[in-house]
Write a protein that binds this ligand. Sequence first.
Ligand code: COA
Length: 260
Amino acid sequence: MRYKNILIDKKDSLAVVTINRPDKLNALNKATISELHKAFKALEDESAIKAIVLTGSGEKAFVAGADISEFANFSVKEGAKLAAKGQEILFDFVENLSTPVIAAVNGFALGGGLELAMACHFRVASDNARMGLPEVSLGVIPGYGGTQRLPQLVGKGRAMELIMTAGMIDAQKALNYGLVNYVVAGEELLPLSEKLAAKISNNSSVAISYAIKAVNAGFKSNAKGYKTEIEAFGDCFGTADFKEGTSAFLEKRKADFPGT
Ligand code: COA
């Protein structure tokens, strides 16, 4: 299978998946989300692959979010569909993949980028990584599971602050928060991820797949939270704030929210 927006590099029992749109800071457009779905599905079916590392191309970004240029003109219905479909084919899909997925966060992980890293089974980061959920600065909310997975990982108060301020935290703070498990220099990021993947590969992949299922089951009681997020995300698309927020980003100016 040939992909346009991602690269796949297989080494023994490990596959490294690299999101490859560096000129757009690896922003997740529809095509990339669809390719990632196909790639994860194919890798899960390949029994020789025991672990997957997901990273971004270039030195600047893991993923700078969902592709704002693609959804700025969406209606409420299209907005809700965007979130629901994305969660189904990528974010929930990765979280429930039976093959372990490690996010190697090599720079900005913002919005959908942080949501994708959080959907992975655990995260390592380079020391230049910066993470945040800036959606409310665009007049929208996180729509790919961020309102659910961020509080799971860092606690409610820290998640509320990050979401409301739309601020970014650096790698060290992400480590203190438990959002990432390790912080290393950029050149050490893939070697460390591969070392962890190799350690995982020595163990029973069947047992690991059951462990993933069991750990995830403990968090399934919040299905209503994900549903509420999708509906609320869609509702944002009907607001004047959303029109202003996304227009301001695309016009490279500061948003002046009307508050309606
Ligand atoms: N969607 C679409 N395009 C994006 C993008 C996104 N989420 N993030 C970055 N890009 C594009 C920029 O538009 C720019 O494209 P251009 O060169 O064709 O104009 C290119 O990627 C480089 O980004 P730029 O903003 O010039 O880099 P920077 O170093 O000045 O700033 C960020 C880096 C990450 C702070 C900034 O790109 C940003 O704020 N991105 C959006 C983050 C966000 O709100 N994500 C949540 C989306 S819901």
